[in-house]
Design a protein around this ligand. Structure first.
Ligand SMILES: [Zn+2]
Length: 120
């Protein structure tokens, strides 16, 4: 149903951490469909998940390149900004996760210093 993603084993797209069922996370659903073509063609939906830290980090980070990435970035920013629960979850899990487990991102460009965006 969700392609190769099994519902009970979801992994954060950015840090590859396993997301347990019921854990706070952000899921981005993507599917494609044709317009102006009959019969209408519709692809299977893909579900992309981000853990709270990565969601917050992405939302606070610089805009990515690529129209599709940019669209996803805007959605994540909107959803992270709408509810402090994710930021809180990211903050909480930072205490439980050893420094260094989160990989330094390979993304180009400026990256916010670790923790700087979570200091109140
Ligand atoms: Zn993650």
């Amino acid at each position: 149903m969700w392609g190769f993603n099994r519902l009970d084993h979801l992994y954060c797209l950015r840090c590859n951490r396993e997301l347990e069922a019921g854990q706070k996370s952000v899921a981005v659903f993507v599917f494609a469909q044709t317009t102006g073509v009959r019969p209408r063609q519709k692809s299977a939906a893909q579900r992309i998940c981000f853990c709270p830290q990565c969601s917050v980090s992405l939302a606070m980070g610089p805009a990515p390149e690529g129209a599709l990435n940019l669209a996803a970035w805007h959605m994540i920013r909107e959803i992270v900004g709408a509810d402090p629960a994710l930021t809180e979850a990211a903050w909480e899990s930072l205490h439980g996760v050893e420094e260094g487990l989160l990989p330094a991102t390979g993304t180009a460009g400026p990256h916010p210093g670790r923790g700087s965006y979570l200091e109140f």
